[in-house]
Design a protein around this ligand. Structure first.
Ligand code: GLU
Length: 539
């Protein structure tokens, strides 16, 4: 009589041995991978894990590959794979072997590197497990599973499908054939040799050795739609692709007993494991995991869209990985992060806190370290991509000299590129005085008690501007102003405050004299004239 395995998989003709020949053992000592699932945007935690893998592999001169784990078709988001590849590239994460989305050939000899293209490979091993009586088709309906659960709850037994609760584990061949004839939907379950009362030792490279509950569940290895589950697929992949070290997020640590058991069942040597603590954020007084649903900053793309330099995000994550990185970076502002001597065993076990203020200060520092040409080009690229209206209507129409003056002045204050339009629009566009400008002019702290006083100093400033010539440096402009202010027995702040407000119309802006320098004489004179006219008409 025909074997159940042959009935279920009539088209699978290859054997595990055929696949072992096709994917021979690698010669590299270290092989690691990043294996994201395209079920949404790429989480910043995935970048963190990828960095950990990259750093570890680079140090040991190993092989680093990218695998797309898309077995969960229900949760898959269209376009996510393309977005992942783009973001990984943006973050300067390059692989020795990788998957090419859609059409095209993958790079590397151990592919395909996308799980949905490897179904037949998994089925070879599922068929083999069926033949060896280490797996079985299970026809339990949802209602039956829920009844089993109620019984287990009532008798305080561990929940799930296993041993005496799994009638199909012990089913006769005739019953299976009958269910197949009746076209009942089924999954394929692994026949776990484990026991709920037993403990098993698992070793983690960073966490240490733990004694965890053995896996006793007959987990599903192939779903009713014929697609293998993550647990099974990733195991086959890591074995055939020769992964030596699995470095991944902490959320997979509880699955270690299951993965260990599956490897043992297959008679395969498992890779070494390192599970890293997740990225957390402060929520009130407590820390919590960065949530895909609640926190926009969980999305790796968020940082690029908000005008952070990729280098800053990488530096920030490297600081989390090893605290000594920060001092090293100060001494080597231009060096590649991989030149730092990382020690993964020194990663802080308390969890990795995503502190936005810290990230901003790293970004501001990296902006300060840039040459003006580089900063201009980064700002321009950012505006084209993310602030296109501002770029097309304002930025692209202004002369290069104006950009240079603005960027030079802003370099020490700019924190993220998304601030650029807000901080500079009044330097590019004409401004019209309003009631708000008048309110800002009065500032008792600067000894400007009323509008009349402001008006007086603005008139003085207007006169001073007449003695400025267009080719003067900022230093020369400063000297002229200071000299005139002193001659009139005034304090700098008294004159410069109203000038700053008149030239910017804003509460916060570059200093008054920087504005004069950026706007040149003509525009400065015009803006001072405009505000004086406005005051005259409104007093
Ligand atoms: N696809 C899994 C994830 O996105 C990867 C788990 C693993 O690295 O084994 O979390």
């Amino acid at each position: 009589m025909q074997d159940i395995a042959d009935i279920l998989f009539p088209n699978i003709k290859q054997t595990p041995e055929d696949l072992f020949k096709k994917y021979p053992k690698r010669t590299a000592n270290i092989v690691t991978r990043v294996a994201p699932s395209p079920t949404g945007f790429l989480h910043i935690g995935a970048i963190y894990t990828a960095l950990l893998n990259h750093i570890f592999t680079h140090k040991q001169k190993g092989i680093f590959f990218l695998r797309i784990e898309d077995t969960d078709k229900k949760r898959e988001v269209s376009g996510a794979v393309e977005q992942f590849c783009e973001v990984l590239e943006q973050f300067d994460l390059h692989f020795d072997e990788w998957a090419i989305a859609e059409h095209g050939t993958d790079v590397g000899k151990y592919g395909p590197y996308t799980q949905s293209k490897r179904e037949d490979i998994y089925k070879v091993f599922i068929k083999d497990l069926l033949k060896k009586d280490l797996a079985y088709p299970c026809f339990l309906t949802e209602e039956e599973i829920s009844d089993i659960r109620s019984i287990q709850q009532a008798s305080k037994k561990p929940l799930g499908i296993y041993k005496e609760y799994s009638k199909w584990r012990y089913a006769k061949k005739e019953d299976i054939l009958q269910a197949l004839d009746a076209k009942k939907p089924y999954v394929i379950r692994f026949k776990s040799p484990g026991d709920a009362s037993q403990k098993v030792e698992v070793v983690d490279m960073v966490k240490g050795t733990f004694s965890l509950q053995e896996n006793f569940l007959d987990i599903v290895i192939c779903k009713a739609n014929g697609i293998p589950t993550y647990h099974f697929a990733h195991l086959v992949d890591d074995f055939l692709m020769g992964t030596t070290h699995v470095i991944r997020g902490d959320e997979w640590f509880p699955s270690l007993p299951l993965h260990k058991q599956l490897f043992e069942t297959m008679w395969w040597t498992p890779p070494a494991y390192a599970h890293f603590w997740p990225l957390v954020k402060m929520d009130g007084d407590s820390r919590r995991k960065l949530s895909k649903r609640k926190d926009p900053e969980a999305n790796a793309q968020y940082y690029v869209e908000h005008g952070f330099l990729v280098q800053s995000v990488i530096d920030f994550l490297c600081n989390i990985i090893n605290s000594g990185f920060e001092d090293w970076r100060k001494e080597h502002p231009k060096a590649h992060y991989l030149e730092f001597d990382f020690e993964l065993s020194r990663v802080n076990p308390a969890g990795a806190l995503v502190d936005m203020e810290k990230l901003k200060s790293i970004n501001a520092q990296n902006i300060k370290n840039m040459s003006l040409d580089e900063l201009f080009s980064r700002i321009e690229t950012y505006l084209i991509e993310y602030e296109n209206d501002f770029f097309v209507n304002i930025f692209s129409k202004a002369p290069q000299e104006l950009h240079e003056k603005i960027i030079q002045e802003l370099q020490t204050r700019l924190v993220t590129f998304d601030e650029y339009p807000r901080l500079t629009h009044f330097l590019y566009e004409d401004i019209v005085p309003t009631e708000k400008t008048v309110e800002l002019l009065v500032n008792p702290k600067m000894k400007i008690a009323d509008i009349e006083i402001a008006q007086k100093w603005l008139e003085l400033a207007s006169n001073i501007v007449e003695s400025i010539s267009p080719d003067m440096t900022l230093e020369e402009i400063k000297n002229i102003f200071i000299e005139h202010i002193a001659k009139n027995d005034m304090k700098n702040g008294q004159v410069l405050w109203p000038v700053r407000v008149a030239l910017s119309g804003e509460q916060f802006s570059p200093g008054a004299l920087e504005l004069v320098y950026i706007l040149w004489v003509e525009k400065t004179a015009q803006r001072l004239k405009n505000i004086l006219n406005f005051l005259e008409n409104s007093i």
